[in-house]
Design a binder for this molecule. Structure first.
Ligand SMILES: Cc1cc2nc3c(=O)[nH]c(=O)nc-3n(C[C@H](O)[C@H](O)[C@H](O)COP(=O)(O)O)c2cc1C
Length: 190
């Protein structure tokens, strides 16, 4: 079964909550499998440069969806650590031709979230992955920030049980569904 792995990092739980909604969206497509991995659980390379078995699910996946909060106008440090740990994978081009997509959560309506998605898409390009866009017309209740490169959510000053709002969670589900359909189509032609 084609598999989508969502790799996320979250300081205070808002991005984790949105990541779970992306998973729900992937699972709307019954022919596609979804797994959620916290980037903080992925250890860095050992002294010989090799990565541990917790990375195997990423190597096996047909698509990787990247998610992190926007901190200081770009990816969070925790997510950047994950990116930098993939240096040897880049060297081997081991993720070549997997699909990739991204989402981010920020406090501001803009908050410079686009820069985070740009960083993720450049990261995917370095790995020779194929980027899947958000694919939902904005900016009504769904995709209310009118993002196209990837999925955006906005969290206010409240716990993850209260914010981002339900429409952002539904945007995340529809985004997950789009990635799942693209993955099924991509994997069938592999
Ligand atoms: C260190 C730090 C930097 C932040 N920088 C931004 C920013 O540049 N733009 C913005 O809109 N929000 C910013 N925020 C707010 C977070 O993006 C927001 O609280 C988000 O929901 C956090 O997600 P998390 O709960 O998954 O960590 C920042 C928060 C922190 C802690």
């Amino acid at each position: 079964m084609p598999s989508v792995v969502i790799v996320y990092q979250s300081g205070f739980g808002h991005t984790e909550a949105i990541a779970k909604s992306v998973v729900e969206g992937v699972r709307r497509v019954e022919t596609t499998d979804a797994a959620l991995i916290n980037a903080d659980d992925l250890k860095g390379p050992g002294s010989d440069g090799t990565l541990g078995p917790e990375w195997d699910a990423l190597h096996r996946a047909d698509a990787l969806v990247f998610g992190c909060p926007t901190y200081m106008g770009t990816v969070s440090a925790g997510f950047k650590r994950f990116m930098d740990c993939s240096g040897n994978i880049w060297g081997e081009q081991r993720w070549r031709d997997k699909l990739a997509a991204g989402f981010t959560v920020a406090g501001g309506l803009s908050g410079d979230k686009l820069n985070t998605l740009v960083a993720m898409s450049v990261f995917a390009a370095q790995h020779s992955m194929v980027w899947v866009s958000q694919g939902i017309m904005g900016a009504g209740e769904i995709n209310r920030m009118g993002s196209y490169l990837g999925m955006m959510a906005q969290a206010g000053n409240a716990p993850p049980s209260e914010t981002p709002p339900p429409e952002d969670h539904e945007t995340a589900r529809r985004f997950g569904e789009r990635v799942a359909r693209a993955t099924a189509r991509w994997a069938s032609g592999a």
